[in-house]
Design a protein around this ligand. Structure first.
Ligand code: NAG
Ligand code: NAG
Length: 267
């Protein structure tokens, strides 16, 4: 029963679009991935000069940073001076990788930025390495027992199948190919897990799209799920079989229970 409840929650969150708040968080996580280190590269970003417009307009700064116009009219990324006021919703809080609760994703990445730049406002030097662990306040996570861990690949593959079905219903799979493959999966028990597992890999491997899923690319799948499924993180860490810091499609497929011949590149 307990795992059924958790699975339902997992489903609701996995399908993401359920309500506006979750959608916001999704977008934020997407932005986070786009921009997490953008500012570090900002110096050599060409600035269009032809039109008179705000130089910050198209200038992406990393998360926790904002663009300000410098003396020569150049865009500069600085740590956000003030995060937006919040309405006190406990779900705005985030837990960082050092098990420390921050008021919001903005506060966490603002602090990280301040500490990286050794600003006086930085509260603790170690925050230079802080990143998002999961959404919500830090808490004592359930133990990931051997039994739960052993069930996890199957649960996760099944969850991905359900998420894919839900997205198809909402016409949010975005590619005809995936709709067709899902149909095959629905009609063939052998394939039930195969295509959803490959689909998720393609979904995750976008920033950058390099046939490998890095730690950063896993944040959107782990951050909402860790509070309910304590096995997801150790499980995914274990998927990087050769320990090179990324998960390849082969490692991903094998880890989620696919057979050698079933693992194909589709993205
Ligand atoms: C993380 O912090 C929470 C809340 O303060 C605490 O209950 C929990 O035991 C901590 N977890 C670890 C692994 O230290
Ligand atoms: C794997 O990750 C490392 C850094 O962790 C990166 O340099 C390397 O290019 C990645 N490999 C692939 C195949 O993307």
């Amino acid at each position: 029963m307990r795992s059924y409840v958790a699975l339902c929650l997992l489903l609701a969150i996995g399908a993401f679009v359920v309500d506006a708040k979750k959608k916001d968080v999704e977008d934020e996580l997407g932005d986070l991935l786009d921009n997490i280190d953008a500012a570090e590269e900002s110096d050599d970003t060409p600035v269009k000069k032809e039109t008179v417009k705000n130089p910050c307009e198209d200038h992406a700064c990393g998360w926790g940073k904002e663009c300000v116009v410098g003396k020569k009219g150049e865009p500069i990324c600085e740590c956000i001076s003030k995060c937006p006021e919040l309405d006190g919703d406990p779900m705005d809080k985030v837990c960082a990788n050092n098990n420390e609760t921050f008021t919001s994703l903005c506060d966490l990445y603002r602090e990280r930025c301040l500490c990286k730049r050794k600003s006086k406002e930085c509260q603790k030097g170690v925050h230079a390495k802080a990143h998002l662990e999961y959404l919500g306040e830090c808490k004592k996570l359930d133990e990931c027992t051997d039994e739960l861990m052993a069930q996890f690949p199957d649960r996760m593959a099944d969850w991905l199948f359900q998420v894919m079905k839900e997205l198809k219903k909402r016409r949010e799979l975005h590619k005809l190919e995936w709709e067709e493959l899902l149909q095959e999966a629905e009609n063939d028990d052998e394939k039930r897990h195969v295509y959803p597992v490959i689909w998720k890999f393609c979904e995750l491997d976008t920033k950058p799209h390099d046939k490998a899923v890095s730690h950063h690319e896993l944040i959107p799948i782990t951050a909402p799920v860790i509070p309910m499924e304590s096995c997801i993180k150790p499980f995914l860490e274990g998927c990087d079989a050769n320990n090179d810091g990324n998960i390849s499609i082969k490692e991903w497929g094998k880890c989620l229970g696919l057979k050698e011949g079933e693992i194909q590149e589709r993205c």
